[in-house]
Design a binder for this molecule. Sequence first.
Ligand SMILES: [Zn+2]
Length: 227
Amino acid sequence: MSELCYNCFKPKSACLCSYTKEIDPGIKFVLLMHQKEAKRQRTGTGHIAKISLKDSEILVGFEFEHNKRLQELLSDPQYFPVMMYPGEEAWTAKKEGFGDVLKGKKLLVLILDSTWFCARKLIEHNPFLLKLPRLSFYGDYRSIFTFKHEPRPEYISTIESCYYLIKEMQENGLCPADVDPEPMMNAFKQMIKFQLQAENERILGIRPNSHSYDAKYNKLREIPTFD
Ligand SMILES: [Zn+2]
C-alpha cells in the first residue's frame, strides 16, 4: 500500500489537497463515518469534503447516541440540526417555512459518510438519527462517480451531497450567492481520474494489485475529461 496523505487520506501520489479550496457556506457539516470505513478511504470523499468546508467535522464511530461531541453539537442552541435523509416530512431548501426555522440559527447538517451498506448499519444502530428533523434534496441527482457500484442510483457521494445542498440553498437565498462550491466538484473529478488511472495501471501490470477485490475490474476504463 502506498503512503497516505493524512489530510485527504489518499495515496500521496494521488493527493487531492492541492485541488481543494476551503469555502464558508455558513452551514456546519458533520460527517458521520462508520468506524469500519474510517481507514478505507480509497473511494471515500468525506475527507475532501472536510478540507473544502470551513467548520466541518468528521465523527468516527458506530454508536453515536452517546457520542459526546455529537450530543454537544445537537444540544447547542446556535444550531438547527438536521439529518440528511429522505422522508415524506423532510425539509428541502425550498420547502415553505424552512427559512423561518433557520432564523438566527446556523444549519447543522449530519451526513452519513459511508457506503450504502454501512450507512444502513449506522441507521439501524442509531435510530435516534431519524428522529431529528430531516433534510433532503428537491432535485434528482446521480453520481458522476462511475467507479463505485452502489446498489441505488440515487446514492451520491458525500462531497456531491454537500455540493448539491449548497447549490439548492443558494437557489433559495439561504446561502450566500458568492460562495463558489465548484472547487469541491473539481477535486472530486480529479479523484475519479486518479482512481481510474490507478485501476488501469493495475490491469496493465504497471502497478501491483494490492486489493484482492480489484480482480473484478479487469477492463481498461476511459478516463473522463469532464468537459
Ligand atoms: Zn492530500
